[in-house]
Design a protein around this ligand. Structure first.
Ligand SMILES: Nc1ncnc2c1ncn2[C@@H]1O[C@H](COP(=O)(O)OP(=O)(O)O)[C@@H](O)[C@H]1O
Ligand SMILES: [Mg+2]
Length: 143
């Protein structure tokens, strides 16, 4: 997961949205932790924002806004209050449980699906599904 996040990190730009899908314990937060650390010169503690709902990391070159919307009902007002617009104006957004975004879900996004591997506790299957303008940029990573 750390290696994968390190490949994604350099392609991220201000205004981007990365959505993370997968069951509880799949590794959405683990991916975000690895991504923050891939952009940071110093090791950074990245807790799950289960209760704060959003955590901001000002990193060299990019601010990352890490959202965990699990505890939100689908209410656009609540998401806007968490700083949804600022996230993309001043940085890039990483979103766990993006289904809560409802109509705020941007059409340009990098969707990442993480699934458990049946036979092995520590193996995950990661699917990249870039949408809209993210598609071109992600091609370079996959190639
Ligand atoms: N290959 C892997 N990728 C990500 N997490 C893994 C992997 N193997 C084991 N894990 C463990 O699975 C758990 C994932 O938890 P977490 O990232 O909090 O999940 P989520 O945010 O999707 O609920 C962590 O305890 C992590 O150490
Ligand atoms: Mg999580």
């Amino acid at each position: 997961m750390a290696d994968f996040a390190a490949e994604i990190a350099p392609i991220l730009q201000k205004g981007d949205v990365v959505t993370l899908m997968g069951d509880l314990g799949a590794g959405k937060t683990a991916f975000c932790r690895a991504l923050v650390n891939a952009l940071s010169p110093e090791p950074v503690d990245v807790p799950s924002p289960t209760f704060t709902l959003v955590q901001v990391y000002d990193l060299p070159g990019l601010s990352l806004w890490h959202f965990d919307l699990y505890r939100l009902e689908e209410k656009e007002g609540d998401i806007l209050e968490l700083g949804w617009d600022d996230a993309r104006r001043f940085g890039a957004a990483l979103v766990e449980w993006p289904d809560r975004l409802g109509s705020l879900l941007p059409k340009d996004r990098l969707e990442i699906n993480i699934a458990f591997e049946d036979d092995s506790e520590n193996v995950r299957i990661v699917e990249l599904a870039p949408k809209g303008r993210m598609a071109e940029r992600v091609k370079e990573v996959i190639a």
